[in-house]
Design a protein around this ligand. Structure first.
Ligand SMILES: [Zn+2]
Length: 238
């Protein structure tokens, strides 16, 4: 009777035993209890009005779990009357699950592994989806092409990705030189560093070398101090 007492002491529902017969060694169980002032049923009735099914789900779950643990095998309680259905009190009956004709309908609620397995399944799916997203991000998303010329150029790009070789991309305006350059950077070993595009045509011819690679003091007229070029400054940043 500890379970019913606990339910009463917790203020959940006042439990009165109507009939209780059990034999732990034989595994037989029959329990019938009257529930007065069911908090769950009354609240459900107050909130949703009269329903066609019993409403004290969490309380019936407590009873099933407690008695199953106590008896050492699965006991299924059903609420045969419920204040949520319009009666004055609730009444529950518990028996060994096999003794209920419709036990299979309740099997999923009595399986202890379902939630844990579902969580593990979902976790596995999340890991797989995450890795799939990462894979996708590694692919250059803005390169699309199927022509033989494109595929040949792309094949060349893939060959140099793993190396430190200097690459010169040639082609008419609009063929995608910068897209290829960005893809090379994204797939290469320095992808975590910045990608820096410089328009060399915008720098006066005589100054290009000094701008990019820096200059030593006195290297030419007007070079009063030594300074780093764009490439060195960015190397320093990296
Ligand atoms: Zn109820």
């Amino acid at each position: 009777m500890t379970g019913p007492h606990l339910h009463t002491l917790e203020g959940v529902v006042k439990v009165t035993p109507l009939k209780l017969q059990f034999d732990r060694s034989a595994g037989s169980f029959y329990g019938e209890f009257l529930w007065k002032n069911s908090w769950e049923g009354q609240w459900h009735r107050h909130r949703y009005s009269i329903c066609s099914e019993p409403m004290c789900w969490s309380q019936i779950g407590d009873a099933c779990g407690y008695t199953s643990a106590f008896m050492g095998h699965r006991i299924l309680y059903k609420e045969v009357e419920c204040v949520g259905m319009g009666t004055n009190n609730c009444r529950i009956i518990g028996r060994s699950v096999e003794e209920w004709d419709d036990a299979t309908d309740y099997a999923q609620f009595l399986s202890g592994e379902s939630i844990a397995e579902q969580l593990i399944d979902l976790q596995t799916q999340v890991v797989q989806l995450r890795s799939a997203i990462n894979e996708k991000e590694k692919q250059p998303s803005d390169i699309v092409g199927t022509s033989p010329a494109f595929l040949a150029a792309y094949e060349l790009l893939l060959q140099v990705v793993k190396s430190q070789i200097t690459v010169l991309l040639l082609g008419e305006t609009g063929v995608g030189k910068e897209v290829f350059a960005r893809s090379l950077h994204e797939m290469g070993s320095r992808r975590n560093g910045p990608f820096i595009a410089i328009n060399c045509a915008a720098i006066p011819h005589d100054l290009v070398e000094a701008e990019l690679f820096g200059v030593e003091k006195g290297a030419y007229t007007g070079a009063l101090t030594s300074r780093l070029g764009c490439l060195h400054e960015n190397e320093a940043i990296q």
